[in-house]
Design a protein around this ligand. Structure first.
Ligand code: FAD
Ligand code: NAI
Length: 509
């Protein structure tokens, strides 16, 4: 009885403690402290972007040490791993957006944020040119921002490899607007396909959902879409049941090339069971408004071009350079061989440019362009900048002390200053001990639909491959823990509960 009584009391106390902690967290989030203005006498650190790399840098940076300025056309951070879930309404897009102001208002010293696109970096003049590209513009919508230090974290844009028709007819999946456009288009195709007297060929075309690119973006989206059909669409619009079909087109011999063979096979088997068609070794060469033209190898071993009609076309074939990055590469002779992004050294310094660093998808440091890499790079830069500021502070103090030592009256005073210098030199050695950036791979995770996920996890210096429903719960908890704020976590959980309870919303906005 005593054990039971104490167990109950402890549970009760921890529940109250937990609630109080959450309540304090919410209060703290809603009532940020006053911040000292940015100190213009300090070095100006300009950060381009509000994505994974830039925001993880901002989170860990001691902003009192610099005059920090952030420039990005997007005034929020986007938790991209859950973006495929927004295309079908499993999660609402605002649940994975975190206003950049929420991060910045909690920093010790104020940070300036400009909602603008950086259009050009002049690394020799140390100036970034910025444009306000938002719908509302003031008298001034173009200006320049000088910098002492610059971090480029502008990510990448969608690769199309110059294939005709892609930009005009396909939808991408990178930003919130893309997910909204896809959600709208799915519903539009479904409703139009059952328009009175629609001809059967056209019904088939409209309900053919084609995804190009068998990387994780394409696979996750195809899985989410099939879930949407299985759990909701076919219940609310039974007329589309016979013709709704998802096809994934991939140029290589298999999907998810970065996963282990066992998980590739598992994904392909799961897709088959879900009736998603995978067309591997099929390369799209041309896109029109109603069909794609793809090259594949026919049964006779000869190359054939095939027309595949579609209603929805989602293009997920990886990353390409943003114009501002291309332009910077062209300005720096040491970057002449850079094709996939800004080549950086082991401290993430852009090769050939002083005081310019790059993180995330726009940097090439021999790692895959993932959120995991970008976040670790951003956190590394924050540690390095904090250490650089401390080093500067200690060195200034040391110079002052050396002077004071020479002028100190008497042996005792000199010894006292000497001791202080020794302590500071020790601190300086400790602070300067920051090594080069080393990426620690935690593993790869992807949702493949029907409440299954695949995971290649790095564990105890080995690899552990797993797929299925338990992995799906692991996937969910891993992504929840990776969310950048408590607010996002709560909203995502509420969305999961909502879509499970009431189903996804099938109205077209
Ligand atoms: P981004 O996060 O793309 O941020 C770039 C920032 O720069 C944005 O704020 C943008 O507005 C801003 N910007 C753009 N142009 C300019 C300009 N000219 N001037 C100033 N600012 C500019 N990775 C994983 O590890 N795990 C996953 O599960 C995963 N899932 C994904 C799902 C999807 C659908 C997608 C598209 C990607 C996914 N990724 C995932 C990859 C991951 O999102 C990227 O690797 C990551 O976002 C890269 O971070 P970044 O900071 O370099 O760029
Ligand atoms: P990707 O580069 O990983 O895959 C693109 C695929 O498209 C390739 O397999 C390629 O062969 C194929 N392709 C290219 N051109 C084609 C054509 N004309 N016809 C048919 N197929 C064609 O791109 P993705 O999926 O957009 O991912 C980008 C980055 O984001 C990757 O580094 C990825 O690891 C990361 N990411 C990670 C996720 C995760 O870990 N769960 C989820 C989404 C993205």
């Amino acid at each position: 009885y005593t054990v039971l009584k104490w167990t109950w009391r402890l549970t009760y106390a921890s529940a109250i403690g937990g609630l109080a902690w959450v309540a304090y967290g919410i209060y703290d989030m809603r009532n940020p402290d006053d911040q000292p203005e940015p100190d213009a006498s300090k070095k100006t650190l300009v950060i381009l972007g509000t994505g994974w790399g830039a925001v993880s840098l901002l989170k860990k940076l001691d902003t009192e040490n610099y005059n920090v300025i952030v420039v990005s056309p997007r005034n929020y951070f986007l938790f991209t791993p859950l973006l495929p879930s927004c295309t079908t309404g499993t999660i609402e897009h605002r649940s994975i957006m975190e206003p950049i102001r929420n991060f910045l208002r909690h920093k010790k010293a104020a940070v300036k944020y400009y909602e603008a696109e950086a259009t050009k970096i002049d690394y020799e003049k140390k100036v970034v040119y910025i444009n306000d590209e938002s719908p509302i513009k003031g008298d001034v919508s173009q200006t320049e921002v000088p910098f002492d230090m610059l971090v480029v974290g502008v990510g990448a844009e969608n690769a199309t490899f110059g294939i005709p028709g892609v930009r005009e007819h396909a939808l991408f999946l990178k930003e919130v607007g893309d997910a909204q456009a896809i959600r709208k288009r799915i519903m539009d195709c479904c409703e139009t396909s059952i328009f009175k007297d629609q001809n059967p060929e056209e019904v088939k075309r409209l309900l053919h959902m084609v995804v190009v690119g068998g990387g994780p973006t394409g696979v996750e989206f195809a899985g989410e879409l099939q879930d949407f059909f299985n759990h909701d669409l076919k219940k609310w619009i039974p007329d589309i049941k016979a013709n709704f079909h998802v096809t994934l087109v991939e140029a290589l011999p298999n999907v998810l090339p970065m996963f282990s063979k066992q998980l590739i096979d598992y994904t392909e088997k799961t897709f088959k069971e879900e009736t998603i068609t995978i067309r591997t070794k099929t390369m799209v060469k041309n896109v029109t408004d109603k069909y794609i033209e793809a090259e594949s190898t026919g049964p006779d071993g000869k190359k054939q071009i095939e027309k595949i009609p579609y209603g929805l076309l989602v293009w997920a074939t990886g990353n390409a350079l943003r114009p501002i990055v291309k332009d910077l590469i062209n300005q720096i002779p040491a970057q002449k061989d850079s094709r996939r992004g800004l080549a950086v050294n082991e401290y993430l310094v852009v090769k050939g440019a002083e005081n310019v660093w790059a993180v995330g998808d726009c940097a090439v440091a021999n790692y895959a362009p993932t959120a995991q890499v970008a976040a670790q790079e951003g956190a590394f830069l924050a540690r390095m900048f904090n250490s650089m500021a401390k080093t500067y502070e200690i060195e200034t103090k040391l110079a002052e002390l050396s002077e004071a030592q020479e002028k100190a009256p008497g042996k005792e005073a000199r010894t006292q200053v000497f001791e202080e210098i020794k302590d500071l030199q020790k601190r300086l050695r400790r602070v300067k001990q920051i090594g080069p950036f080393e990426y620690s791979h935690q593993g790869s995770l992807a949702y493949i639909g029907s409440e299954k996920a695949v995971a290649d996890i790095s564990w105890l210096s080995g690899n552990f491959a797993t797929g299925g429903t338990i992995t799906y719960f692991f996937w969910r908890s891993a992504y929840l823990s990776m969310c950048f704020s408590t607010r996002n976590r709560i909203l995502v959980i509420m969305d999961w509960v909502k879509s499970k309870t009431f189903g996804r919303d099938v109205s077209r906005e």
